[in-house]
Design a protein. Sequence first.
Length: 504
Amino acid sequence: MKARGSSSEVSNEVRADGDAERIVDLTDEGRAPEAPVTQGPPSVPAGTSARRHHRLIGGILILTDALALALALLAAHTLRFGSLPDRDYLIGIVVAATLWIGVFSTLGLYAPHHLSKLEEFRRTVSAVGIGIVVVILLTFWLDVYLSRSWMAITLIIALILELVARGLVRFYIGRLHANRSLMLRTLVVGSGAHATELMETLDRPGSGFLPLGCIDAASPFIGSEDLSPAGRVERLRAVFRGYRLDCVFVASPTIGTAQMVTVTRAARLEGVVVQVYTHLSGILASRVSVQHLGKVGVSLTLKPARLSPAQRVVKRAMDLVLAGAGLVVISPLLLLVALAITATSRGPVLFRQERVTEGGRTFWMYKFRTMEPDRDAHVEAVDTTSPFFKLKSDPRLTGLGRFLRRWSLDELPQLFNVVLGHMSLVGPRPLPAEQVSANLELLGPRHEVRSGITGWWQIHGRSDVDAEKAIRLDHFYIENWSPALDVYILLRTVGTLVTRDGAY
């Protein structure tokens, strides 16, 4: 076995970036496969078992899920009927909570460390929808009539409570990862640059993993011809026990079938999670399905990401309903901002600019005016055709305009663009025509979908994101679009507006 601190190429490359002193070698190049196994890295503190901690978090989530449904059902009954429920209703809550937990468990929501934030959000929304259907079926079985308004109130309250509770738990886990107090003890199996890259990725702060070393694909632990298959499994089990492992990562392109069998069997017998690492950057797990290929192979299939006609109808319907309702709700605010602009500076209330949307089509995008009428006189020396051009300290802004920019209130008129069909609520931000025409090869792929008021880029830094990362984030959104992703981005946008990160 080779770890950071050994003489191998993998180990030397990784040691340059990591904490090599916490790793000890289990073997060297000349060690015989039957030699005794070192007990593990003595300098790594044992602490609380990460797996045990994750099980505790899973238990907390079970309680919060049951509480969320109970509160939703009690609130729905009180709001709908104006009174507290009777004994039979309370018994129904207990039964419903049990079924509710079963739905969440079936969707794997009590092991959040195995899910990304977005995947957990998607599954939570699905679980709430399925759970409400189960509760409704339960009322039929109990011969209890409950109105459609009761169902709607229960659904909305349960969804809000679930998302808030799981968001708080996810925040708590993130804090533990950041201060390195909750990390899964990990070994990497593989060789070459692929294993090196994997070790470096796992060793980054906040990853939630503590990489302890790397077993080379040709190591006598998993590749020796001098040991029987059962002997290799037992020897690898001793390594896993010595390192008190929580999981093992396999760099998939560098390991053969027999070696993979050895690793998976040893991990199963020791209760260690196996994770297979492959290059699918920018792809959501919801797009990936697993299929058997031949007798021993497994292939990962990516579902097509292009919007089907039905999906386009769904997206457009969401835009019309939400943008239309939003304009009605914020109409007093729109009027107030318009009056404030008129009272504090001369010039029109609205600013319009030619922007580019889906298919390279141009349209006039509307914003509240935030600049003085002679704005261009202040930026003669600046190249405004560079991609994602925006001044951080813009001398053209009025006092009110700076406030509107800071709170993104200048963007509100774009709801009219959404209703008119020029934009979507969620999508790549529309850029000025001059920026697009000057950088057509770079920015052209962004126009495969309709531009949006907010997007994946906006919830990951907004104006603080450089051009290269912004384009990569936009491509991620295009590759992985779904209604759930749009809802997730809209909810995350609310938090981004409150914190005002990257707003100027």
